[in-house]
Design a protein around this ligand. Structure first.
Ligand SMILES: [Zn+2]
Length: 467
């Protein structure tokens, strides 16, 4: 590691999308505060936790997909924890033996990031610091969150920039979406970020929300630490918090070590035992993940690496592409999806997974475009209407009268007329003046009331000029 190198490790807490909580039957989705809790997730005396089998299965899939060794026997522990967001004064988590260890994930540039461990734990309640309640000296507690299943993924300190940390989280959430264990739209993602300048004290920025938050918190922290060292001051080992409004971090409390939490074995839950055969079977059942899908797209459809990656990155987009590629030239489908469709998704801040898009509809639109029955401009408008308003492209084209009813010979007639009336532009074009081509195309478009396909007009003009 170079002298001023940045060393980053992440502890990511991601909500698993189960219907019920980790140790009780309470629903994970609830509107009214404190409407989804019971004696178990509140920790009433005498209540006993029961492990959610689906959550366990999800955590196992995550460990396997992150190339971890899955432990054949693991158990849960109580982490002593005195704070209003954990009413039973301990959190059920895993400490000594987690679900999986020693995994790895590749960043988009191929760099391998080590995964130290993957474990399952319950989320604490949410503290609500409500402004405008007339008092600033109290907080509210919403126990709906208490007991929601989280998978914790801890990396080795292998990340060397805030951008790499962001890339890692992108890779991780893509894998989790592929496994269908995480919903980006409703599930939370929080991370504790450990960051240091090589050879100096490590700072932990606790509980940062979201991928962008992590990137921004790290950017600030790296700049702050570098600045301290530049001024020959010391970086203090401490825990800091991130303020999303000011995009800065500030010192919170002294750093506890893991021992301070006084972990004890959770006596109300039995250990989980798995056979080698069971683990092997689970591994075989994992779906094709995005790295493999991207490679396959390159081979099967002859796509370039960038396009294949964009398509495979988003599970829904990848599915859509494969369906459309059965009906339309794959290269054309890939280009249209990664450029036109994703431009609308990104610009409008849409969640592609939440849209109910039909591959047949998009394929029909692309066929119209390929048959030159609609212009590229019309196709773009149709896809915007489809994504933002849900109007089917074929309906949109029909309603707007965008289908070109002109036959090629009608366009040819129009071209002949325009060429005959614009001798000077034709002469200029013959000397290679591009502007006059645009002018002539414009004239034809005008004459045909924009119902001709510009590329076809260009082609016919070129043929006529040559001939
Ligand atoms: Zn409950």
């Amino acid at each position: 590691m170079e002298k001023n190198g940045i060393v980053i490790g992440l502890e990511c807490h991601i909500q698993l999308n189960t219907d019920s909580k980790l140790f009780c039957g309470c629903r994970t989705q609830a509107e009214e505060p404190n409407s989804s809790c019971c004696p178990i997730c509140l920790g009433h005396p005498g209540s006993k936790p029961v492990l959610n089998a689906k959550a366990l299965n999800y955590a196992l899939q995550v460990a396997l997909a992150l190339n971890c060794e899955v432990n054949k026997e693991f158990f849960f522990s109580r982490k002593t924890y005195f704070y209003p967001d954990m009413s039973k004064d301990f959190q059920i988590t895993q400490y000594e033996i987690p679900v999986g260890v020693k995994g790895h994930v590749a960043l988009s540039n191929g760099k391998r990031i080590g995964i130290t461990r993957v474990h399952l734990e319950e989320d604490p309640a949410a503290l609500v610091h409500e402004a405008g309640l007339g008092a600033s000296n109290f907080s509210l507690v919403d126990y709906n969150r208490s007991g929601i299943p989280l998978v914790e993924v801890v990396t080795e300190p292998d990340l060397s920039s805030p951008q790499e940390a962001r890339d890692f989280l992108d890779q991780l959430t893509t894998i989790l979406s592929y496994l269908k264990v995480y919903s980006p739209s409703s599930g939370t993602l929080k991370a504790d970020c450990n960051v240091s300048v090589y050879g100096n004290a490590r700072v932990e920025v606790k509980n940062v929300t979201g991928k962008r938050g992590v990137e921004k918190a790290l950017e600030f922290e790296v700049a702050r630490q570098k600045n301290l060292l530049l001024n020959e001051r010391e970086v203090v080992r401490e825990t800091r918090s991130f303020d999303e409004k000011s995009m800065t971090t500030k010192a919170t409390r002294g750093k506890e070590t893991e021992e301070d939490y006084g972990y004890i074995f959770e006596p109300d839950l039995t250990a989980i035992r798995l056979s080698t055969a069971e683990i092997k079977k689970m591994k075989q059942r994992l779906p094709e993940l995005h790295a493999a899908k991207s490679k396959r797209f390159m081979q099967e459809f002859n796509l370039d690496e960038y396009t294949a990656n964009v398509l495979a990155r988003n599970f829904t987009l990848g599915l859509l592409f494969e369906e459309i590629a059965k009906q339309v030239e794959p290269m054309i489908a890939a280009k249209f999806l990664t450029r036109e469709l994703m431009a609308v998704v990104n610009r409008s801040g849409l969640d592609l997974n939440a849209l109910d898009l039909s591959a047949d509809e998009i394929a029909s639109l692309l066929s119209l475009l390929l048959d030159r029955r609609v212009t590229e401009k019309a196709a773009k408008e149709a896809i915007i209407a489809y994504l933002t308003k849900g109007e089917k492209p074929t309906q949109f084209i029909e309603r707007q009268g965008l289908a070109m009813d002109l036959q090629e010979r009608d366009i040819e007639k129009a071209v002949e007329k325009v060429l005959a009336e614009n001798k000077k532009a034709v002469a200029d074009l013959k000397t290679g003046n591009k502007k006059s081509l645009n002018f002539l195309v414009g004239q034809v478009m005008h004459l045909t009331k924009a119902k001709a396909e510009p590329r076809l007009v260009q082609k016919i003009i070129a043929e006529k000029i040559k001939g």
